[in-house]
Design a protein around this ligand. Structure first.
Ligand code: SF4
Length: 329
């Protein structure tokens, strides 16, 4: 039997190229593992509970994006979190056994509360947001997942999941839950096009469905080495946002660009043109596939329904075992 992998993504808007590396990594896992990927709409509510007007559109768009990038609904279980009620049920059951202090000490909790207060003037100190790592634990353990593809910043959340699994197994004298491990992916950290942290509120990212003219405008606005005024000025690619993108999306040319920048033999406009070409080459087929998939309403409905059925079967079998261990049935 294949080991189980699970991961999810919040439907908070259009996917950008930063997401592309994450999904490319998921695609690589599809053949080796029993992969389960979900649109985390409950998680979106933890911070966007006050405006859900775009939620349904975002959920559907995320599914279309995933298919366009290359996730295969035959190989992976692709589903929408809120369609599987067992996520909410297990979250409730875990809330009974999880000490509050585990959630309060989560290192990202305070940081995100502060960030939302400062950037959006919004108070997210809700029960739901505090319980976010617990919901994540329920998502993972509901499928008895062995691995979770994570970035390093998500490791503390996974640690809480492992602690919940241990605590549950200990209290109810069972070994039902594995202690899931992180699959640390080599997903490069991508800065926003303005050199700041990539953020929706800064509008400093390139959407995966961007047309050539949008890519061109975003790349043209990128900050370069500020000391380079003329083409012949010696540059430092290490402090240039364009170069940080070249390293990821233009691997074939990156060495040459580095040398030419340092020796003052390439101008920033020409350098940007190379990046525009590389990004357009990368995104064009995704754009085309996405347009094609988007026009097939029935196919999208079928994919969503197929994923729902597969996830339902898995989660119902497991929740029965979990409730049995708790003497709830
Ligand atoms: S030549 Fe390229 S890498 Fe060098 S500063 Fe200009 S844009 Fe950046």
């Amino acid at each position: 039997m294949k080991e189980i992998v699970l991961s999810g993504m919040r439907p908070t808007g259009k996917l950008h190229i930063g997401h592309l590396s994450v999904i490319d990594n998921w695609i690589k896992l599809q053949d080796k593992y029993d992969t389960n990927f979900f649109v985390a709409d409950y998680h979106a509510l933890t911070t966007q509970f006050d405006d859900t007007s775009m939620l349904q559109e975002n959920i559907r768009n995320m599914m279309i994006d995933w298919l366009a990038i290359g996730l295969d609904p035959e190989k992976s279980t692709l589903f929408i979190q809120s369609q599987i009620k067992e996520h909410a049920e297990l979250y409730l059951l875990f809330s009974m056994i999880t000490p509050l202090s585990w959630l309060e000490r989560c290192p990202t909790y305070k940081g995100q509360v502060d960030q939302f207060r400062e950037q959006e003037g919004k108070d997210i100190t809700t029960h739901g947001f505090l319980g976010y790592p617990l919901l994540q634990g329920a998502d993972i353990l509901l499928y008895l997942a062995n691995y979770v593809p994570v970035g390093e910043d998500q490791l503390p959340h996974l640690e809480i999941t492992r602690e919940i699994a241990r605590r549950f197994n200990h209290i109810y004298k069972t070994d039902i839950f594995p202690e899931p491990k992180g699959l640390l992916a080599k997903v490069p950290l991508l800065l926003g096009t303005d050199g700041r942290k990539m953020s929706k509120s800064y509008n400093n990212f390139i959407n995966i469905i961007s047309e050539t003219d949008e890519i061109t405008a975003k790349v043209r606005s990128m900050i370069t080495d500020p000391n380079r005024i003329r083409k012949t000025d010696l540059g430092n690619p290490d402090i240039c946002t364009v170069y940080s993108y070249q390293k990821i999306y233009n691997k074939n040319d990156v060495l040459e660009i580095n040398q030419n920048c340092r020796s003052g033999s390439i101008g920033c406009m020409d350098c940007k043109k190379k990046l525009i070409g590389a990004l357009d080459k990368l995104l064009r087929p995704i754009r085309d596939r996405r347009n094609d998939i988007e026009s097939k309403e029935k196919y999208i409905d079928e994919v969503i329904e197929f994923g729902r059925e597969k996830a339902k079967i898995k989660s119902q079998i497991n929740i029965e075992k979990i409730k049995e261990a708790m003497n709830l049935i």
